[in-house]
Ligand binder design. Sequence first.
Ligand code: M6R
Length: 361
Amino acid sequence: EKGGFKHFMLKEIHEVPEAIESALVGRFDEDLKPNLKELDEFNLEKVKRILLVACGTSYHAGLVFKYFAEKYLDVDVLIDVASEFRYRPIRIDDNTLTIAISQSGETADTLESVRAVKKAGGKVIAITNVVGSTITRESDITLFMNAGPEIGVAASKTYVNQLIILYTLGLYMMKKRGIWSEEHNIISKQLNESPKIVRKIINNEKINQLADYYKNYHHFMYIGRGINTATAMEGALKLKEISYINAVAYPAGELKHGPIALLDPTFPVFAIAPKDSLYEKMRSNIEESRARNARILSIATEGDEEIKKISHDVIYIPEAHEDLYPLIIAPVIQLFAYYIADKRGYDPDKPRNLAKSVTVE
Ligand code: M6R
């Protein structure tokens, strides 16, 4: 049932390309413009505020959406983890839309947040993977992520599919609001080509080799900027939950406000540093970390030779539109955590103390 793979998690990471295809199918017209007509009753043209609620990995997917949506749309995306959201005041008006993201569709805090929004008179779009789950039944509409069953406790292909749905939703709002541009054609085209790109990435043996080297560290500092702040956070979560290595994540600009004090040769930095508009800023943060004698492992865009001068190790990923790097990099951080967990002798499918769906508060 593991299809020749040692663990479900590895199998599920290898299923990412086909999972993406299933998420995209039927959601784009022939001209590669998104089509989510089922959402038209939600007045996407008028929405001014989006409340985004989720836990864990799903929260990180939401964070990617916040950066993507706010970059192009005249909306504010307020995002919170569900366990906090549900206990804070909820303000809803006619131009507020709520999006609840939950792979399982059963997470207690996310469900209670949906209930609270509904009680306050709001509309909820759910993004889940499980047909018939409680959150899908209680929300106004569900966009299914169609990733297929995920057995590994740590989310892998479902994170990628959440991103696919959220990019599609963002693009659809851009189309509906008449701000579609050539740039969106490019994003849309690359999104539709992403299965091909990911297929190359998951077979990169370098990730496995580096895991061999890094498996004995006790700490990791993940840093990223902008939309890849979420990538750093997700990378650290994956490493913590399956390999039990202490990993912290920060927006790179925060380093000098405290966490840089931790860095020394025993505390490597995992830098998410693709060629994007914040690349130069990331470079200085990497240099600052290096000056503290931290070992640097960077994820960078193919062709970036400069990064080698300031990093001890580099994992290259293909060039893409900058907004799509969280999607392209997701399988890399997942594989890195997977290989480390396996090499440390842990079962990545069944991390201690964790359950696949958290149905209690
Ligand atoms: O089913 P959900 O998406 O609502 O689950 C949310 C989190 O519990 C989940 O993402 C958790 O963080 C996983 N352990 C991530 O790998």
